[in-house]
Design a binder for this molecule. Sequence first.
Ligand code: ATP
Length: 309
Amino acid sequence: MIELQRLTKRYGEKTAVDGITATIEPGVVTGFLGPNGAGKSTTMRMVLGLDRPTSGAALVNGKPYSALRAPLAEVGALLDAKAVDGGRSARNHLLALGATVGIGKRRVDEVLASVGLTEVAHKRAGSFSLGMGQRLGIAAALLADPQVLLLDEPVNGLDIDGVQWIRALLHELAAEGRTVLLSSHLMSEMELVAEHLLVIGQGRILADTTIARFIEDASGGGRMSVLSPDADELASLLVGAGAAVTTVEPGRLEVRGAAPSVIGDLAAARGLRVHGLTALSTSLESAYLELTRDSVEYAGTTAQRGEAA
Ligand SMILES: Nc1ncnc2c1ncn2[C@@H]1O[C@H](COP(=O)(O)OP(=O)(O)OP(=O)(O)O)[C@@H](O)[C@H]1O
């Protein structure tokens, strides 16, 4: 488990992380999202003892990183896959890392096999492609079999086989009861992998909820597409009942803020015909864009923020 307790980090005038309190629970993959500069890396670095909080605390299994007796065995991390000595072979890199915590060849070879690097284990890490480097970084994170994992953009550079492999691996690690915190800018990937979400913007928490709930909240309790030959009359009725209604085309409405039963009952009470009533789902991406709209620090001037279905 990871606990963030009023965690704050200031760099001079800049407050990178601003009093974050959250618990990242074991047994599920938690997605860590936020626009560029939101404070994700700074938060992860504080959890890993690489940066010291200005105030507050980041605890791993109840303790700050510096107080963990065998840190590698408690928390594994993939922050920057390029942070390896490129002159060493993949196997020697892991052996050197393992030597610090009494891990030997057997476990190193086991982990190399589990990330699919056995055949290139003796090649220089410096000659690895981006995807192979990511696999090696993941091997290093898993080496001492930690209960807590922090992975920053782990699918970066992986091909489709690699992406599917990491998806399955993350599900498996969570199912084994581990705490998995995962940052990614790929919303479609996050939607497939994470169950819980922690969204931050400008150093503060914007959402700490399940993905399902996050999407539901963003779509205002559900958007409905309504097909009706009596659309105009139905639209006025629905607006009168407090719903937000848009006429998409003649005979087709998009309705927010009215449950299907309410729409059906209102139509029936006036004898209006309804030919179709369909729930429209919001994607994680559009829910996320909606939530973080005001906390984007580095927006391009031509950024389009349309609402995707
Ligand atoms: N060492 C530092 N000195 C000064 N400012 C810093 C330092 N590290 C981070 N910052 C600032 O703190 C803020 C948070 O940065 P951080 O890297 O944690 O964001 P992030 O959410 O990881 O962003 P990205 O998605 O771009 O990786 C940014 O405004 C950044 O410029």
